[in-house]
Every structure is written in C-alpha cells, then in structure tokens.
Design a protein around this ligand. Structure first.
Ligand code: KG4
Ligand code: ZN
Length: 351
C-alpha cells in the first residue's frame, strides 16, 4: 500500500491506495468555510488550514484503513503545480514521514494525478487515450499512450474553465465554489436566451480560452443589473448559456483531436468533470464515436489524495523515487512533450 497526500490548493486530503489502485481509505478536509467570505481561495489562509487539518486527516485515514506505517511501501505526495505555501505543507509532512520510516518518497504531479484518477474505478482502457483535464486552475487536453506518457495537445491561454465558472458565480453572488452553484441553476435556465462567442485565434492552434466568456457575461449583467438582481429566471438563463458555451468549447477541441489522432478511449478528469452537462455530453460524444469513455465519480474528480496515490504507484513501479532534498515546484509542468493541435478543416469555425 501507498500513503498519498494532497495539499496543492484548498483541499487537505490523505489516502491509502493498494497495488490494484483501489482506495482503501480516502478523506478530504474542505476549506470552503474559510474561503467563502472572500469568494475565492486565499493562499495564506489555505496553507494555515492545511497545517491544522493535515495531521488530523492523516490520523483518521490510518485508522480507517486499519494499518500502521510498517504496512506502507512508499509515501506519495503532490509536489506541484499549485499554491507554493499549500504544497510545502504536504510536501514537508511527506518528506518527514519518508525520512522517519525510511520509505521511498514519490513526488507526484497534480495534473497527472487528475489524468490517472480513472484507474480507481475503471479497468485499463485501450490506448492511445484522449484525456481532458478541467479544473479550477487548469484546462489541458492530452494524448496519453500505454506507458502514460503525456503529449500536450491544447491548454488554456488565460483562465481555466473552473476559474471562469467561479468568476461568473461571483458576479451573480451565487457563493463559492461557483461551479456547483452554476450547474444547479443552469438546470432551470434556457440557454438560448444569451449568445456567447468563443475567442478566435489567428496562430492556427486550437487553444482554450475562457476570459472572453467571462467578459461577455459581465457585459450582459452590466446591461441590466437590476433585472439580474431581481430575476432568478434571468440568472438561470445566463448560467445555462454560459455553461453550454464552456462545454461547447471543450467538446469542439475534443472532436478535433479525435479527428486527428486514432484515439481508442476517452478520459475526463478534474473538478469541472463534476459538471452534469459536461459529463452527459462527453459520454454522449464517446458513445457516438464508439469509444470507451472513462469518467470518475465526482469525489475522485475534485482534488483528492487517491489520484495522487495512483500516479504514485506508477512512479514506484518505474523506480522514479524522489530524493529527500527535492522541493515542491509550484509551476511543474505535467507533460512529456508538446504537439499542439492545429485547426483542421473539421468545421468552418475560424477559432
Ligand atoms: O480539481 P479541483 O478540485 O481543483 C483544482 O485543481 O483546481 O477543481 C475545482 C474547480 C472549481 O473551479 C469548481 O468551481 C469546479 O471545479 N467545479 C465545477 C463543478 N464542481 C466543481 N464546475 C462546474 N460544475 C460543477 N458541478
Ligand atoms: Zn486539481
């Protein structure tokens, strides 16, 4: 078994994962209450809360798994990317544990963890796979081969998709984190009432971009602020149109990538993979293309240590151990190579 620790942003999580990639125990201490007054994650508050929460979550996971340290083969921990203060709390905790127990330390890339989370619940899919990772900090499209080498096909040039959801929720005073609130409200709305246009790129690549959607939403609200304050229906319509635009943009890139590469399966991960419209349309797309489509349960889509343990197992099996003098890296890139997706004649859209 591997003990895994995740503290890259505002969730403190510890898990125990066995060699079959099953989560024996996985707990998450959320910091939503601490950050809600600020409608966003405050890095200083996040790292202090990790300091308080981590020892408690660690103790409760060991007792739930009914194991002690001697049963562990290694300690896996998120080493980046993320908020540096938050990363350091988990990373130093893991280093101390590895030193004290003389167990190997495994430094895991957080985004690779999101790509690997499917293994907790799904059998190995056929490769190459297309993986879409959409979270509060990242929007990445990867080509994944059988050795789990990642080739970057596209990423966001500005905001992440989850960040865009959170910013719209803030504009509409819906609470934090915003994604789940928008998802809920959108279900009562009529997406045809507002039209969002995706950003256009003249360099010939299929980047993702979300800040334009945020600006367009702000304009709609500024045009009739009192009406938005008074009408739940209007807010629901805006949320539905915004969510549809975000999902359209994601699926446009997914479709183009599938036309370009002979993918055998599809993987969806990251916190935004909890979104009901994205889950439905991603799996409809997979069914249309007759490809196995792997979407994790919501608890393994948002930040969790179980996914860190899964990627930790790969590192342990390939002998990629971290030295104890390694440090966390807040901008650690997850991919092995880059082959950016170009616009193809697939659609006439010029973006
Ligand atoms: O992966 P995650 O837990 O943390 C990061 O690595 O960023 O993702 C958190 C993000 C937040 O932006 C949150 O608003 C978004 O995931 N999210 C959702 C939903 N649930 C969480 N976005 C849209 N719809 C949801 N149902
Ligand atoms: Zn994440």
């Amino acid at each position: 078994m591997i003990l895994a620790i995740e503290t890259s942003c505002d969730d403190t999580s510890v898990a125990v994962i066995d060699a079959n990639r099953k989560a024996i125990a996985c707990r998450v201490a959320s910091q939503v209450k601490e950050h809600t007054p600020f409608a966003g994650v405050v890095p200083e508050i996040a790292s202090r809360a990790h300091l308080t929460n981590l020892p408690q979550v660690y103790e409760s996971v060991l007792s739930e798994a009914q194991i002690d340290l001697a049963d562990l083969q290694a300690i896996a921990v998120t080493a980046g990317p993320g908020l540096i203060g938050s990363l350091l709390v988990g990373f130093n905790f893991a280093k101390a544990l590895a030193y004290a127990t003389q167990k190997p330390l495994l430094a895991v890339n957080h985004i690779r963890g999101h790509v690997c989370a499917y293994q907790l619940e799904h059998p190995t899919p056929p490769f190459p796979a297309l993986a879409l990772v959409v979270s509060g900090g990242h929007t990445h499209l990867f080509h994944v081969d059988a050795q789990h080498r990642l080739t970057l096909l596209a990423k966001t040039v500005d905001d992440a998709a989850g960040e865009a959801f959170d910013k719209l929720a803030k504009m509409l005073n819906l609470g934090f984190p915003g994604g789940p609130q928008i998802d809920k409200l959108a279900q009562q709305g009529d997406a045809s009432q507002f039209r969002f246009n995706p950003s256009k790129f003249s360099d010939g690549y299929c980047h993702f971009s979300y800040s334009g959607f945020k600006t367009q939403a702000m304009r709609f609200i500024e045009q009739q602020p009192e009406a938005f304050q008074a009408s739940q229906e209007l807010r629901a319509n805006l949320c539905a149109a915004f969510q549809k635009a975000v999902v359209d943009h994601l699926l446009d890139r997914v479709a183009r990538a599938c036309d370009h590469y002979p993918f055998q399966s599809l993987i969806l991960g990251g916190g935004v993979a909890c979104n009901s419209e994205l889950r439905r349309r991603f799996s409809d797309f997979g069914a249309e293309r007759q490809m196995p489509t792997l979407i994790s349960s919501p608890r393994f889509c948002t930040d969790n240590a179980a996914m860190i343990g899964v990627e930790g197992w790969r590192l342990l099996e390939s002998g990629e151990l971290a030295p104890l003098n390694q440090s966390a890296d807040m901008s650690w890139s997850p991919f092995d190579q880059v082959d950016l997706l170009r616009t193809t004649p697939l659609s006439n859209a010029s973006n």
